[in-house]
Design a protein around this ligand. Structure first.
Ligand SMILES: [Zn+2]
Length: 185
């Protein structure tokens, strides 16, 4: 019989012992703290994630629960140059080792490459996914090339004024031609 695991109340030791995998494509609005960081609501954006559990022998030979988490979402952040939304991809790919308590986590954190979490039988995997995505938000999100501001005329008067201000395209062309050095003969 297959064991079922709930992402909101994950039995971590059981998940690791079963070498189980959980995956989902969650709507971004489900992640409220992430939504709070966005330039605009993203009702159609999705968080794709996969979590895989495994046991590895610890220093004392006893099995220790580990988890590999991958998550990805493309969300609109505020461009720090033009302040308009810029779609930004956030990617998480990280290993976690579960330890007995907060003291062990603090003591071993320094020399551990993997991240340490306190083991639990009702671990909130969603909160972890959200924490990790939040950490991936760049300090200065920005477009590679900011979109040119679109100028729309609000009235006929503005439109006329804009037309008058605009140089005659043929005059411009003529000016370019006359500037161009004579070719050939
Ligand atoms: Zn921009």
């Amino acid at each position: 019989m297959k064991r079922e695991f709930a992402p909101e109340r994950l039995n971590v030791p059981g998940f690791a012992a079963a070498a189980a995998t959980l995956e989902a494509a969650d709507p971004v609005p489900k992640y409220e703290r992430l939504v709070a960081e966005l330039a605009a609501p993203a009702p159609d954006a999705v968080v794709n994630w996969t979590a895989h559990g495994e046991e590895r022998p610890g220093a004392d030979g006893k099995p220790v629960p580990w988890m590999h988490l991958e998550a990805e979402a493309t969300v609109p952040l505020v461009c720090q140059r033009c302040l308009s939304p810029v779609d930004t991809s956030l990617g998480v790919d990280r290993w976690f080792r579960f330890v007995a308590n907060e003291e062990v986590a603090e003591a071993e954190d320094e020399e551990s490459e993997e991240d340490l979490l306190v083991v639990s039988r009702d671990f909130d995997l969603h909160a972890l996914i959200e924490d990790e995505l939040l950490m991936e938000i760049p300090v200065m999100p920005a477009h590679d090339v900011c979109p040119t501001p679109v100028q729309l005329s609000s009235s006929d008067e503005d439109f006329k004024a804009a037309e008058e201000a605009k140089p005659n395209p043929f005059a411009v062309l003529g000016a370019l031609r006359s500037r161009k050095p004579e070719e050939g003969k």
